[in-house]
Design a binder for this molecule. Structure first.
Ligand SMILES: [Zn+2]
Length: 542
């Protein structure tokens, strides 16, 4: 097995830590008997995967689970739920071997926590984004799309609070100069966010460098935004930021969108796009990257009650989306942020969490942002961002309920949750039982005899016809049994086999990935068969 942790510099597999800002505190599951990926700093150094900023994290406290409307079963005991895959390496290995995800710049040793999507990965991620867009924009009347720039006026990030508050507590060792996120140091497990903000915390808890025991500096806030310069002069006035969230693009375009679409409250603006965070300790494969892709929707509502109602409506909808695309309900749960854990803009935040192999972690956050964003932008820009309600003749700044998901994280989750190994006639079969809508290839067309030109020709005719509608592939590089297994492993829902009889009766065999059943259908009906099946499988009314 190829160990990506050592092929990519730093590997991004050490971190079990969490964002303090938007993500819950978490850590390895205490009930999980597996050895940690890297158990000690010394082991990490020995394996060549540690960098100054990387820490083995320790179990951490988490906020309370909240009582919510019955979306799924009652909240499960967090330690009772096993992950779909016990060892993340199984997924990392599959991803590399089959072309889902590669370490970035691998021929140069990789770059910490940046990953590239291979031929299958880009299909999977595009399908995830399409599925989200379909549910959030295409099939709704009250949400429209937007694609704002990554670079924005620098004042946006001052007004939004990101320049002042989008930071993690950083401490530095006086001996080795390694830098750590304070809340990931051993001995900080039980701390609240209020403790973490205490400037005397290092002294009070006698915290020391976990590598050499060196003296640690008092914590300072480390801003997570990437900076660059716009234009030819590299001075303070030319600083711009790579956006850390897509949301601000929706806020500064609120007036443009409302006026151009004539939307009435409540309505939403949805975006999919890259965001950037200079994490102190990224990791867990594509779970936390410094460059990542978001799927965010800002829902503008009447203040107060309007936001509370919308918040409660979006929660079950967002949970249902993951379930409709195949994630097992018992491996999903809600978790509410504790008051001192809330991001600077949030009045209330509840995460949809998934039981990853490395613990329960945030998949998506649903936030009541109040009028924080529009109110501040209106005040600082001087633009009138009020909404006029003709029914009540009121002017007001709308409140925002945000649903913030990650495209990488969602794709990763669907990949993990669909993975299974089973025994078929005494042999191990690896199957990616992924939802057909998300599968990279929908159909593989396979010849039973590749030496018969008429068979190969019919295969290509079927495949070319399919390709006009969906992703299909031809493969003749192995015997049929092996070809089936290869398609099972990458989640291809249907295999079409052309044999000698096909040349006589014009019929081909369609094999179902999950049931492994086969049926004969007319060769010229294959495209129709597949598009009908896809349409039937596609969730409705999400
Ligand atoms: Zn040190």
């Amino acid at each position: 097995m190829i160990d990506l942790a050592t092929t990519a510099a730093g590997g991004g597999k050490l971190d079990d830590g969490e964002h303090a800002r938007r993500l819950p505190r978490g850590g390895p599951d205490p009930a999980d008997p597996r050895p940690r990926l890297v158990a000690t700093p010394a082991a990490a150094r020995a394996s060549g995967t540690i960098r100054g900023t990387v820490l083995p994290s320790a179990p951490a406290t988490r906020g309370p689970l909240v009582e919510l409307p019955p979306v799924t079963e009652p909240q499960p005991d967090p330690n009772a739920v096993a992950p779909a895959v016990a060892n993340l390496d199984v997924i990392v290995s599959l991803a590399k071997r089959r072309g889902f995800v590669f370490p970035s710049s691998e021929i140069y040793g990789g770059i910490n926590a940046v990953w590239d999507y291979g031929p299958l990965g880009v299909e999977l991620k595009n399908n995830v984004k399409r599925a989200w867009w379909r549910a959030m924009v295409q099939e709704r009347d009250d949400v429209v799309g937007l694609d704002a720039g990554i670079l924005m006026h620098p004042q946006v990030w001052v007004t939004s609070g990101h320049v002042g508050s989008f930071s993690d507590p950083l401490v530095e060792c006086a001996t080795c100069r390694r830098r750590y996120r304070l809340d990931e140091l051993p001995g900080t497990e039980e701390l609240t966010q209020t403790d973490i903000k205490d400037p005397g915390i290092v002294e009070r808890l006698k915290l020391a460098c976990p590598v050499d025991g060196g003296k640690l500096s008092a914590p300072r806030r480390f801003n997570l935004m990437f900076k660059t310069y716009m234009g030819p002069v590299e001075d303070e006035t030319a600083i711009v930021y790579l956006r850390p969230e897509t949301a601000q693009g929706s806020y500064v375009n609120f007036k443009n969108v409302r006026e151009s679409t004539r939307k009435k409250l409540p309505f939403g603006i949805a975006q999919i796009g890259k965001s950037f965070r200079n994490e102190i300790s990224p990791g867990n494969f594509v779970f936390r990257m410094r460059e990542f892709e978001q799927m965010e929707m800002q829902y503008f509502v009447r203040p107060g009650e309007g936001a509370t109602t919308a918040f409660e409506e979006w929660l079950p909808k967002r949970m249902a989306w993951y379930q409709a695309y195949g994630v097992i309900p018992s491996r999903l749960r809600f978790r509410e942020h504790a008051p001192d854990e809330l991001a600077h803009y949030a009045k209330k935040a509840i995460d949809v969490e998934y039981r990853f192999p490395f613990g329960w972690k945030e998949l998506e956050g649903i936030h009541n942002r109040g009028d924080w964003d529009l109110g501040n932008h209106a005040r600082v820009s001087g633009e009138n961002l009020e909404y006029f309600d003709p029914a009540t003749e009121e002017h007001f700044i709308p409140w925002v309920v945000e649903t913030a998901a990650g495209a990488d994280r969602a794709a990763f989750t669907f990949l993990i949750d669909a993975y299974r190994e089973e025994e078929v006639r005494g042999e191990k079969r690896v199957v990616l039982g992924i939802h057909p809508d998300l599968a990279p290839y929908k159909v593989a067309v396979l010849p039973l005899l590749k030496k018969r030109p008429e068979i190969v020709e019919l295969c290509h005719r079927i495949k070319d016809d399919l390709k006009r509608q969906t992703m299909a592939v031809y493969d003749d590089t192995a015997a049929i049994g092996k070809l089936y297994r290869r398609q099972d492993e990458i989640g291809t829902p249907w295999c079409v086999t052309v044999d000698v009889d096909s040349l006589e009766d014009g019929k081909v065999t369609v094999r179902d990935r999950d049931a492994m059943t086969q049926e004969r259908i007319s060769a010229d009906q294959v495209t129709r068969y597949v598009t009908d099946k896809l349409d039937a499988a596609r969730p409705r009314g999400l």
